[in-house]
Design a protein. Structure first.
Length: 122
């Protein structure tokens, strides 16, 4: 069986039967935008001289490419893992915004109001 290992330092393929390493070429993504359908809809594409329609269901991803060499300038992708990542990312950003708003005007280092911070004490 072959394994593909992704780490903080890079990636490598390993064939467990032959104990040899291999590499996988990266693919040209050329992604311009990613949209998540909030409800079922028809997606009409009129881009790079091409015109077509696609159906998207709730939580489908609509991927738009900026590179005109792709046959399809936009596609619909169904991926529960990608959607989960995006939704968790949105939650994290919202929490950060709320925390920033809650602490606005406060010195986070000294846990007090920034107007009370004495810069000569540092």
């Amino acid at each position: 069986m072959k394994k593909f290992i992704i780490s903080d330092n890079g990636s490598v393929g390993f064939d467990t039967e032959t104990e040899e390493i291999f590499s996988l070429d990266t693919q040209r993504e050329g992604i311009s935008r990613i949209f998540m359908a909030q409800e079922p809809m028809t997606v009409t594409v009129k881009k790079t001289g091409k015109e077509y329609e696609m159906s998207a269901k709730k939580d489908d991803l609509i991927i738009v490419f900026y590179d005109s060499d792709f046959d399809l300038p936009a596609i619909v992708v169904k991926s529960k893992d990608w959607v989960r990542n995006l939704k968790n990312y949105e939650k994290t950003l919202q929490k950060r915004k709320e925390e920033w708003a809650k602490n606005k005007g406060k010195c986070l280092e000294c846990d007090g109001d920034s107007s009370e911070t004495n810069l000569t004490d540092k």
